[in-house]
Design a protein around this ligand. Structure first.
Ligand code: HEC
Length: 177
């Protein structure tokens, strides 16, 4: 007994539907369908908790309460991050950056023999603990256009230790706050 055209067509349709549905099922089992992650394509500041976006926007933690108990010897070790560009000893040479003897409490752009950026010169005033804290945390944030190409020291305890050490580079160190 032969099949009518309609029977053949119906059978073919059924097989096709089963194949499409079945392969879809198997596909879903092999590669689970997931919603795309919400941040894909357009990362926002909230989706990148670390990195440049946050460094720019995050408030800079005050170090004054940390200074009195800051570890000066840790600061001396941390100062190695700076010695590529700075010397610290009295009468030390200017390198890429100025010698830092007497910088804490001293005037900004304190070395007469160093050619500072206008950005830093325009700041004026003295290097208070607060200003140093901001400058070392984020040089370009504190003085946009500064020649100091250093990304910044992000940890408040490290800045406190480093600034407590910088303070000792002076004939008469500035009083602690
Ligand atoms: C890549 C080189 C470089 C590094 C690394 C660097 N500095 Fe500087 N620093 C400079 C330059 C250049 C200037 C002068 C900035 C200007 O004129 O805008 C400067 C300026 C300064 C000043 C201001 C000095 C003044 O006379 O007013 C301080 C304070 C300072 N740096 C501290 C540090 C500390 C602390 C570190 C380490 C955490 C450090 N720097 C790392 C290059 C550097």
């Amino acid at each position: 007994m032969g099949f009518t055209f309609l029977q053949k067509f119906g059978a073919a349709l059924l097989v096709t539907v089963w194949l499409v549905w079945g392969s879809n099922m198997i596909g879903n089992m092999v590669i689970p369908v997931r919603d795309p992650p919400p941040s894909s394509g357009t990362p926002t500041a909230a989706a990148t908790p670390s990195g440049a976006a946050q460094a720019k926007d995050a408030p800079i933690e005050d170090i004054q309460p940390l200074l009195a108990s800051a570890a000066v010897d840790q600061g001396e070790t941390l100062f190695k991050k700076c010695t590529a560009c700075h010397t610290g000893e009295k009468g030390g040479a200017n390198k890429v950056g100025p010698n830092l003897w007497g910088v804490v409490g001293g005037p900004k752009a304190h070395s007469e023999a160093f050619s500072y950026s206008n950005a830093l010169k325009a700041k004026g005033g003295e290097w208070s603990y607060e200003d140093l804290n901001h400058f070392i945390a984020n040089p370009k944030g504190f003085a946009p256009g500064t020649k100091m190409t250093y990304a910044g020291l992000k940890k408040a305890e490290e800045r406190a230790a480093l600034i407590a050490y910088l303070r000792t580079l002076d004939d008469s160190p500035a009083p602690l706050p």
